[in-house]
Design a binder for this molecule. Sequence first.
Ligand code: AMP
Length: 283
Amino acid sequence: MTTILRTIAEVRAWRDQVPSGERVALVPTMGALHAGHMSLMELARRRAGVTIASIFVNPLQFGPSEDLSKYPRPVEHDIALLKAAGIDAVFLPPVDELYPDDASTFVVEESVSLPLCGAVRPGHFRGVATVVLKLFNIVTPDLAVFGQKDAQQCVVIERMVRDLNLRIDIVRGLIVREPDGLALSSRNIYLGEADRRAAPAIFASLEAARRAFEGGERNADALAAIGRAILAAEPRIKLQYWEIRHPESLELIETIGPAGALFAVAAHLGATRLIDNYLARTA
Ligand code: AMP
């Protein structure tokens, strides 16, 4: 049975009846669930006896010119998917349940949230870190599952957990893709036909760089040039960044060393912004 929870008090009452020996896994989402989200739900079920998903389109992480009002909200369908997946509870708070009008305390990470998406979406990771800490405090999970699709988000959350001494294990789920390589995203439905046909070039650019890396290339500029060249050949794609960074500090690197590297891409197709990445490992 899946319990629907709408208030913080309801979540706390639900949490209080979980037997103390059971591990609780939280999967935060913004809804419009697809197979990528559902793979995180399965991972949560494998790692914990009790699972809870949240669906909350967090206004704090959207910029003023972004797609908050038109973000898809197929709530009944989402609930049906979570029920079918055997998720124990769903937290669906209204905005004013999480943000009183005079809320004035926020979580600001000051290093790994600055480059990449942080540089082009000011305030985004402040919104993400704030809502995730709030969800952690409301649910008090033992572990929380995030997708590698949003690699920088994972790094920011892991940094917050370390720096603020949160007793929560962060588990990363692999990126789920369409057969042609396009990473699943709730925003893919915005793509027109021609843009949808062009979109797999983002993955292809990562694959080309991956092949060169696996062939022994360790120079970050050379690898990034390979990736950028693939996207330059696709006029519908407006590249925002294609960068190679240290996987934990997110600093730019010249040469890929033992820590490996994060290859990260963001691009616009029309008005739709897509991100993707590849985590290069040396071991
Ligand atoms: P969102 O609803 O976009 O906030 O995403 C909720 C969670 O699902 C985040 O941890 C995302 O990283 C993850 N996610 C989104 N797309 C994918 C995907 N294609 N594969 C795996 N996880 C994903």
